[in-house]
Write a protein that binds this ligand. Structure first.
Ligand code: FRU
Length: 482
């Protein structure tokens, strides 16, 4: 176990802010050093959102899994992130893995997976509560000591939910036959937690492991979010190494079964995994990890040099809504407060629009096609190009990073309906880009690593005249840490 000196780790983070490196994002949460992954412990107390996330403060590799902690009231001003929890004893010596947050008796608590490997390298994962005291998690009782019979050591990521005033949690797991599943535990009247079993779905053979489950309720519908590993890629689906998505339906705890529709992905881009949701009555705000396990070599950050000793970001907060069995995600409205100056776009009968962009940019466009069938919106970083294309005649949206030199390249393609117009909202941070198409019907995230410290230009072109393009391009401010 590394020696975790909270004081000096917290000081290093303070010294590293605000970010100056050309690849450090300005309105995405990230760290000056180390590797971050899953958002954890997301909960809200007295108007303050608590955000934890997986963090290795000692290097940009998947090791020393600890939790970072920050708070915000408005998703713009954040407390300077600190070390919130780290391995301290035999139970979590191999990592404080992912878990959820909750408020109990006016305190912020967490429920997380203690990762422990025995002398034969066999995982013995336990589930344990903790309580946030002065910015650091005090570890409380272990409530599940190990994986139950029939389940391998891949048994992690508890996420609480409530039903008829009783507490339950879902947990990601792998069956001994190497299939993924979700288990449900229930809190009994005597305070013990008992296993109800694994949740029956119509996805009995859907990957070898399900990570990071969460149950979210929208009025009369239940949504199970989870991250299946081991699905084969299809032309318009499952194009990432691992997936992050959901099923919508109704969960019966009596039958331990969920009747549901098709598994749908939450993001169509390259870099999105392990999301969690703040559920406050009707408002559901999602944060995801901008990154992907087992793909570190695609990212030029995190080479353990002094120049870029960090890896990965969290997504911007996304507000979810459910329409006809499909989740729409939009940037949380608080992000409008990042807007500074703007450029108005209003062009008739055109097949090309050029615009300068800013250090941080939001592009909001409504594009009416007329005779044009194909549009291409390119971000031009001194000749390196990332582009977003839509073809009305095939209804295919393409994200294309082939024109970038460093980092992951490749394309992502997905189908989305457009009749005679398409709406694009694109957030361009230093390396993180998030796009929202047709008012959030689909979202996509990706990283680009321009070689030079350049502010991109936007070039929108079409294969013939567009009827009209309207919208705005906003300069965006940075997150503030205090
Ligand atoms: C998902 C995940 C979780 C685990 C955590 C460890 O990215 O593998 O299943 O708890 O990361 O960092």
């Amino acid at each position: 176990m590394e020696k975790f000196d909270k004081k000096s780790i917290d000081q290093q983070v303070r010294d590293g802010l605000p970010f100056k490196h050309r690849w450090h994002n300005r309105f995405h949460l990230e760290m000056p050093m180390g590797l971050i992954n899953d958002p954890n412990g997301m909960t809200c107390l007295d108007g303050v959102y608590h955000i934890f996330y997986q963090w290795n403060p000692f290097g940009a590799v998947h090791k020393n899994k600890s939790w970072a902690h920050t708070t915000t009231r408005d998703f713009i001003h954040y407390s300077t992130p600190e070390l919130g929890m780290n391995p301290t004893d035999i139970h979590d010596k191999d990592g404080c893995y992912s878990g959820c947050g909750l408020v109990e008796n006016g305190e912020v608590r967490v429920l997380y997976t203690c990762n422990m490997k025995d002398e034969n390298n066999v995982r013995i994962p336990a589930q344990r509560f903790g309580t946030l005291v002065d910015g650091y998690v005090r570890k409380d009782a272990i409530i599940v000591e190990k994986n139950p019979e029939g389940i391998t050591g891949h048994f992690r990521d508890p996420n609480l939910f409530y039903d008829h005033d009783r507490r339950y949690f879902v947990l990601g797991a792998q069956r001994e036959n190497q299939t993924g599943t979700v288990l449900i535990y229930r809190e009994e009247d005597n305070g013990n937690w008992s296993l109800m079993g694994d949740l029956k779905t119509q996805l009995a053979n859907f990957g070898y492991m399900w990570e990071c489950p969460g149950l979210v309720r929208f009025d009369s519908k239940d949504i199970l979010i989870f991250c299946p590993q081991g699905l084969d890629a299809e032309e318009f689906k499952y194009q990432n190494l691992y997936q992050a998505g959901y099923i919508v339906g109704n969960l019966s705890l009596d039958a331990m079964e969920m009747l549901h529709g098709e598994f749908q992905e939450l993001d169509q881009g390259f870099d999105f995994y392990a999301p969690q949701v703040f559920s406050q009555s009707r408002r559901k705000i999602l944060l995801g990890w901008m990154g992907m396990p087992d793909k570190d070599s695609e990212y030029p950050t995190g080479e353990v040099t002094d120049a870029v000793p960090w890896r990965y970001s969290l997504t911007m907060p996304r507000e979810l809504s459910l329409k006809q069995g499909h989740i729409y995600s939009k940037p949380a409205r608080e992000l409008e407060n990042l807007r500074l100056q703007k450029i108005d776009i209003d062009a008739d009968r055109t097949s090309r629009i050029d615009s300068k962009l800013f250090e941080g940019t939001e592009i909001d466009l409504n594009i009416k096609f007329a005779s044009a069938r194909k549009i291409s919106l390119a971000l031009d970083y001194d000749g390196e190009i990332a582009k977003f294309e839509y073809d009305l005649s095939t209804q295919i949206f393409t994200i294309d990073r082939e024109g970038m030199k460093l980092g992951g390249r490749g394309q992502r393609r997905f189908k989305i309906f457009a009749d005679d117009s398409i709406k694009l909202q694109i957030f361009v941070d230093k390396t993180a880009i998030e796009i929202f198409v047709q008012d959030g019907e689909e979202a996509a995230s990706l990283f680009v690593f321009p070689e030079k410290d350049s502010i991109p230009k936007m070039i929108l072109t079409s294969d013939s005249d567009l009827q009209r393009v309207t919208g705005k391009i906003w300069e965006l401010d940075s997150f503030k840490f205090e």
